[in-house]
Design a binder for this molecule. Structure first.
Ligand code: C2E
Ligand code: MG
Ligand code: MG
Length: 623
């Protein structure tokens, strides 16, 4: 007994292989993946029914039983269902149709009518010379409904071409094109049963183009790739699914070879992947992102991960910061989640905190920081970054010999924003360099336009941020600027902090040496905060040490601080350096500082930081 089922058997074989690949792959669980499974299953059913009907027809040659007719009709229905799923799979890429109940209802309604006709209209069954096939109105109805879906699907890829993933668009067009060709051939030669096979080929094309395991995985470390993360988060938001998660932000520069770096990343990935129920994604650079179903999330789980990350990886210590997000409800949109990530990425680099729970409080802090960041950007744009001057008094000379330039931002509404508010944000966003450059430029312009040396001012002190000090071009930039304004270098004293000197010591020292050679001088700011270390001063070319307000205030409250400061003053003087005491507010404080040998006084007792015009009249009045 001959049967024309060879082609279908090939199709079935291809489908089985694909199906095994499909279900054993690691997948993040996109809707498209689920729809794809349905396309496979529908086609599987279709091929089985196709083969079964041919076998039945061949067995009952000439006199088909009720069962044979039923199977033949079910095959027609399954054919329509395959194309219905193909159509829905395509809709999933198109935002307006993805959730549209109307479009879904129309498609299903249309498929239902087609199926009903295939079940009810007359059908003829033929068997000749080993070839079984069907024809008649029921078959014609199917051959109307199925191509309608095919054409509809092609139309979607044309109308919504801009919204579709280009790979999916191409794959679907090829698939549908093949189906159309096969349909025409089968319509003209009913005994050539190509459609089931061609559908298997189409599904294989989809697999190769889009649904293959590689497309979601990061090739090197075998976690989900970073581009998949945003798509997945989008899908969770679209389905109104609450979730939890964490970002693991690894410091950017590891002092290891490329191969070691990969090995470390693989070890980290392997550790994360063995934790049940979390999805591990690669973030930017060497970061990881974890997505955890909310009901399985706990702070302790994150703490356990953290405990592992503070240990070494292949013997190397990697500085990682973990940001836990207990609930996605804190963000309104997927874009906001990625914004959090970006925010922490820039922030965490110098953050001492290595485990942060991103709660309401942290959220509010972040939003405030964002507003401040925008304010800084527009202030820089609209020239609202201004310089105030705080006079510095020389005890020895009995007059004001200097002033510290302090940045202020005039908000658009006219109010004043203080450095305490904007400097930390500027530092974490990299804007501090631009602010520093602006302040320097304004100070130079002031020195050019106002001959304050004639009023007894010997130099102006300007704060340098850590970022500026670490810039290789700092010395060149400053020299160029002073040349542009024709300012002698001795008029500028640059304030640096110990932090700058610790991190990138070589660059900072080389900048300082170049500038000192050109005639600029330096002050060490913030002395007495944190763990000030006299060793640093010994090795740095500074001329002045500035006692921070916290220390000078403590002098009057704390006997121990008093003792320490008394001896520190003489040590600093032994190094031939001068001392400024900051934060002096009362007359008796001036007297005490003078008594222990401090050279200069800066504080509210003499003046707060004031705008340039006020500073000029201050000098006219007092010097
Ligand atoms: P700083 O460099 O130590 O500046 C001294 C700060 O102490 C100033 O605060 C000044 O107003 C304040 N101060 C001085 N005398 C007294 C006093 O008697 N009582 C009180 N309560 N405070 C006094 P300000 O202007 O708010 O600046 C704060 C910090 O912001 C500065 O500390 C400096 O670290 C930073 N900063 C200001 N301008 C710039 C800038 O242009 N660039 C950079 N990188 N940092 C800046
Ligand atoms: Mg300062
Ligand atoms: Mg200071």
């Amino acid at each position: 007994m001959l049967m024309n089922i060879q082609v279908q058997c090939c199709g079935l074989f291809i489908l089985c292989v694909l199906f095994i690949f499909h279900i054993t792959r690691e997948t993040v669980g996109f809707r498209s993946t689920k729809l794809y499974s349905r396309v496979i299953l529908a086609n599987f059913t279709c091929l089985i029914l196709d083969i079964l009907s041919i076998i039945l027809i061949s067995v009952h040659q000439g006199a088909p039983s009720f069962g044979t007719v039923l199977v033949a009709r079910l095959y027609l229905v399954s054919l329509i269902v395959v194309f219905l799923f193909g159509y829905l799979y395509t809709c999933n890429d198109i935002h307006v149709l993805q959730r549209s109940r109307l479009s879904l209802a129309l498609a299903i309604g249309f498929a239902a009518i087609g199926s009903l006709l295939a079940m009810l209209l007359p059908i003829s069954i033929e068997y000749e010379e080993g070839r079984a096939y069907t024809y008649g109105p029921a078959v014609n109805a199917t051959f109307f409904a199925a191509p309608a879906f095919i054409l509809g699907t092609i139309l979607l890829t044309i109308v919504f071409r801009r919204q579709m993933n280009p790979h999916r668009k191409a794959a679907i067009r090829i698939w549908m094109g093949l189906e159309l060709t096969a349909g025409v051939i089968q319509f003209i030669f009913p005994e050539l049963l190509l459609i089931g096979f061609v559908t298997s080929i189409g599904i294989m094309i989809l697999f190769m183009e889009l649904e293959n395991p590689e497309s979601e995985m990061d090739r090197t470390i075998n976690v989900f790739s970073s581009h998949v993360m945003l798509d997945y988060i989008r899908q969770l938001y679209e389905n109104n699914r609450e979730f939890s998660g964490a970002f693991i932000i690894n410091a950017s520069e590891w002092k290891v070879s490329r191969a070691e770096e990969e090995a470390i990343m693989m070890e980290m990935a392997a550790f994360l992947k063995q934790i049940p129920r979390i999805k591990v994604f690669r973030g930017a650079g060497n970061d990881f992102a974890l997505i955890i179903p909310s009901k399985f999330y706990s702070d302790d789980m994150i703490r356990e991960i953290y405990e592992r990350f503070i240990l070494t990886w292949l013997g190397y210590e990697i500085h990682s910061t973990i940001i836990a997000i207990p609930t996605s409800r804190i963000a309104q949109s997927p874009e906001e989640v990625t914004m959090f990530y970006q925010y922490f990425r820039t922030k965490s680099l110098d953050s001492a905190e290595r485990l942060i729970f991103f709660d309401e409080q942290e959220h509010a802090r972040m939003q405030k920081a964002k507003l401040i960041q925008q304010e800084i950007i527009s202030a820089l744009d609209e020239d609202r970054v201004n310089v105030y001057y705080q006079p510095i008094y020389s005890i020895q000379k009995g007059r004001f010999v200097s002033a510290e330039a302090l940045a202020r931002i005039n908000r658009a509404d006219g109010s004043l924003m203080m450095p305490g508010e904007f400097i930390p944000v500027a530092e974490s966003t990299g804007l501090v360099e631009a602010i520093g450059a602006r302040v320097l430029e304004k100070v130079c312009a002031m020195l050019r336009d106002h001959p304050i040396t004639g009023l007894g001012i010997e130099y102006i002190e300007v704060n340098l941020s850590v970022a500026q000090c670490e810039n290789r071009w700092l010395a060149d930039d400053i020299e160029q600027l002073t040349k542009k304004y024709n300012i002698p270098p001795r008029l500028l004293n640059l304030e640096i902090t110990e932090t700058s000197a610790i991190r990138f010591r070589d660059i900072v020292i080389s900048n300082m040496e170049k500038l000192t050679q050109s005639g600029f001088s330096f002050s060490l700011d913030d002395f007495g905060t944190g763990e000030s270390n006299l060793n640093y001063i010994v090795h740095m070319p500074v001329h002045i040490v500035k006692f921070d307000r916290s220390m000078t205030q403590d002098y009057f409250k704390n006997e121990r601080t008093k003792l320490v400061m008394d001896s520190v003053v003489s040590m600093i003087h032994n190094m031939n350096l001068k001392i400024v005491a900051e934060g002096i507010e009362e007359k008796y404080q001036v007297e005490s500082m003078a008594a222990i040998g401090v050279d200069y006084i800066q504080g509210y007792y003499y003046s707060k930081p004031i705008p340039l015009v006020d500073f000029l009249s201050f000098l006219h009045e007092h010097n």
